[in-house]
Design a protein around this ligand. Structure first.
Ligand code: DC
Length: 219
């Protein structure tokens, strides 16, 4: 089973690259950030206090979530658009520090991959915690200004403000005690600041091929 883990901070190009790579490798693509966002969306809809850890964890464990390449439906509500809105974006990193939620979503992520026979999985803790034995682990990064500009091009806003928000989210994602965003020693770092998407995808595809060959030789 092939699992490619794509981790890295916001705006590094994970979604674009992971989707394109999945297509090339004929694998499914899983956006684990969308799962944290969907739980946040459901919690906000219920007017829950985001620090109410067990109430929010209950959503993560009880909800019915359908996720595919272009949509996410939680408890029958299509949350595809709303999870990209400012309200969810501002709140999600708080929900992502909730260990009970993380445990629950990790289980769902592993189950999804096993049901789909592998996949290209993007997130923050995929190579470090969710799939430590992934075929290939990629840590995607880009300079803070490039990342902020990409977000502005996607969803509008003021670049300085977005840069500050991204920096705050990076800080929260990398300093939380449970599965923080980190580069593992066995991951390949790719800086996407100045490289076109198709070149990055081709490069990662070659790395996946090399890993598969390596594993076949050593087995
Ligand atoms: O990739 P994104 O911006 O959609 O992620 C949303 C939030 O969820 C972000 O604060 C990081 C967090 N996240 C996480 O902690 N672990 C993951 N595997 C994926 C996302």
């Amino acid at each position: 089973m092939i699992v490619v883990a794509i981790d890295g901070p916001a705006g590094a190009g994970k979604s674009t690259i992971a989707k394109a790579l999945a297509k090339k490798l004929n694998l499914r693509y899983l956006d684990t950030g969308a799962m944290y966002r969907a739980v946040t969306f459901a919690a906000l809809n219920r007017n829950l206090d985001l620090s109410a850890e067990s109430a929010i964890a209950e959503i993560a464990s009880q909800c019915v979530m359908h996720i595919d390449d272009d949509s996410i439906i939680i408890d029958g509500v299509d949350a595809t658009q709303a999870i990209r809105g400012q309200e969810v974006t501002r709140a999600v990193s708080v929900v992502a520090t909730n260990s009970l939620v993380r445990t629950e979503l990790r289980g769902r992520q592993r189950q999804w991959v096993s049901e789909h026979g592998g996949g290209v999985v993007e997130g923050r803790d995929i190579g470090s915690v969710v799939f430590p034995d992934a075929t290939l682990k990629v840590y995607l990064t880009a300079s803070p200004m490039v990342r902020a500009k990409r977000r502005v091009a996607q969803s509008g806003g003021d670049v300085e403000l977005i840069a500050a928000e991204i920096a705050e989210r990076d800080q929260r994602d990398s300093s939380r005690s449970d599965s923080p965003l980190m580069k593992t020693s066995d991951s390949v770092t790719v800086d996407t600041s100045d490289i076109p998407v198709d070149e990055v995808v081709d490069h990662i595809e070659r790395l996946v091929d090399a890993q598969r060959l390596n594993k076949r030789v050593s087995n």
